[in-house]
Design a protein around this ligand. Structure first.
Ligand SMILES: NC(=O)c1ccc[n+]([C@@H]2O[C@H](COP(=O)([O-])OP(=O)(O)OC[C@H]3O[C@@H](n4cnc5c(N)ncnc54)[C@H](OP(=O)(O)O)[C@@H]3O)[C@@H](O)[C@H]2O)c1
Length: 322
C-alpha cells in the first residue's frame, strides 16, 4: 500500500485522483487545500482518510508515503520545500519551478536529505512515448535528424484565468510549450542553440511561442505552443531510415506509428486506456518508493533541471517574463 496525499485541489487534482483510485495498492490517505471548504468537498467526494484546510496541517498527517503537489506554477517551489523539509516524498506538477534557480533549490534540498522528489512529467511514462524512445534507442529510424511537435488549443480569454495571469506564470510556454520541448529533449538531448519568438496577449502573457533548437550533430527541432487555436498536437521524429509519428495529442497519446524508409509496412503501436493517463506516473512513483529510490531512473532531477534550463533559454530569447 502507498498512502498518497494531494496538496492543492484544483482542476488537475480532480483528474489525477480519479486515476489514482484505479491503481492497485494506491490509497488516497490525505488531501490539503488552502481553503477548508474545498478540502472537505474534495476529500469527501474521493474518500480521503484525512482532510486538511491548510498545507501546514498536512505535515501532521500520520503515515503519509508521498504527496502529489497540484498547485499553480508559482507555488511549486515553496510547496515542495515545505514537504521535503518535513521528510515527505514529493511528486510535483510541471513546470517543476518558475525558473532554473527555483528548481536547483528543490533538487539540492531533496538530495541533501535525501528524500524522493520527481517532476510530474506524466508524458515520460506514457506507453507510446516509452515505445518511441525505445525504438529510437534501438536504432529503428537511424540517426534522428528532426523533431517536430506542437501543442495548441483555444483557451477562452479571461484576464483572471490562471492561463492569462502573468503573476501566476500564465501563458502558453510553461503550461503547454513544455511538452514539445520535453519531446525534443527526450529524443535529441541538449541543444547547442535555442531560438524562439512569442506573441503576447492583452495581459502580457505569451499566447503563442515558436521555438527552433539546433544540435551539435546537425539535428533540428521545430516546436510551438499556442493558446489561440487548436493545432494537430502531434510529435514527429524523423530519422535517417524512418519516421515515428506520435498521434495527437502526443503528450498523452494512445497511438504511434513507425514507418521505415526501406518500404516495409507502417507499424502501429496502440495503448488503449479508459483513464486520463496519470496512472503510469503514479505506478512509477510507487515502484521507485518500493525500491527505496530517491530519484526516478526515467525522469531524474537532472532531467528536470535540463528542461527548466531550456524553458529559461526560450524565455530569454522570446522576451517572456513573469
Ligand atoms: N499534468 C497535466 O496534465 C496537467 C494538466 C493541467 C495542469 N497541470 C499543472 O497543474 C498545476 C495546477 O493546474 P490546475 O489547472 O489544476 O490549476 P487550478 O485549477 O487553477 O488551481 C490549482 C490550485 O491553485 C490554488 N488556487 C486556486 N485559486 C487560487 C488563488 N486565487 N490564489 C492562489 N492559489 C489558488 C488552489 O489550491 P488549494 O486547493 O490548495 O486552495 C488550486 O487547487 C499547474 O502547475 C499546471 O501546470 C498539469
Amino acid at each position: 500500500m502507498t498512502r498518497w496525499g494531494i496538496l492543492g485541489l484544483g482542476r488537475i487534482a480532480h483528474k489525477f485522483v480519479q486515476d489514482l483510485l484505479t491503481v492497485e495498492g494506491a490509497v488516497l490517505h490525505a488531501v490539503a487545500a488552502s481553503d477548508e471548504g474545498r478540502a472537505n468537498e474534495f476529500g469527501q467526494q474521493y474518500g480521503a482518510v484525512h482532510i486538511y484546510g491548510s498545507y501546514d496541517q498536512l505535515l501532521t498527517c500520520p503515515d503519509l508515503d508521498v504527496v502529489y503537489i497540484a498547485t499553480r506554477h508559482v507555488y511549486h517551489r515553496d510547496n515542495t520545500l515545505l514537504l521535503l523539509n518535513a521528510g515527505i516524498p514529493v511528486l510535483c506538477e510541471k513546470p517543476f519551478g518558475m525558473d532554473a534557480g527555483q528548481v536547483a533549490q528543490m533538487v539540492e534540498t531533496a538530495r541533501s536529505k535525501p528524500v524522493f522528489l520527481m517532476e510530474a512529467l506524466w508524458s515520460r511514462f506514457m506507453p507510446t512515448i516509452l515505445k518511441a524512445h525505445d525504438l529510437i534507442q534501438a536504432g529503428a529510424i537511424g540517426r534522428v535528424r528532426m523533431v517536430r511537435a506542437d501543442f495548441g488549443f483555444p483557451a477562452p480569454f479571461s484576464p483572471d484565468a490562471r492561463l492569462f495571469n502573468k503573476e501566476l506564470g500564465g501563458g502558453s510556454l510553461l503550461d503547454i510549450g513544455i511538452y514539445p520541448l520535453f519531446l525534443s529533449y527526450l529524443m535529441l538531448g541538449k541543444p547547442t542553440k535555442v531560438r524562439a519568438a512569442a506573441t503576447f496577449g492583452p495581459t502580457g502573457v505569451d499566447e503563442q511561442c515558436g521555438m527552433t533548437l539546433t544540435y551539435a550533430d546537425g539535428a533540428i527541432a521545430i516546436l510551438d505552443s499556442t493558446l489561440l487555436v487548436k493545432t494537430d498536437m502531434v510529435g514527429v521524429i524523423y530519422g535517417e531510415t524512418g519516421t515515428i509519428r506520435i498521434r495527437g495529442r502526443f503528450h498523452e497519446s494512445q497511438a504511434m506509428t513507425l514507418e521505415r524508409e526501406d518500404g516495409g509496412e507502417t507499424e502501429l503501436f496502440t495503448a488503449d486506456r479508459q483513464t486520463f493517463g496519470y496512472e503510469y506516473e503514479i505506478r512509477h512513483v510507487m515502484q521507485c518508493l518500493s525500491e527505496g529510490l530517491t530519484e526516478s531512473p526515467l525522469w531524474s532531477l537532472d532531467n528536470s533541471q535540463d528542461l527548466i534550463n531550456l524553458l529559461d533559454a526560450v524565455r530569454a530569447e522570446a522576451g517572456i517574463t513573469y
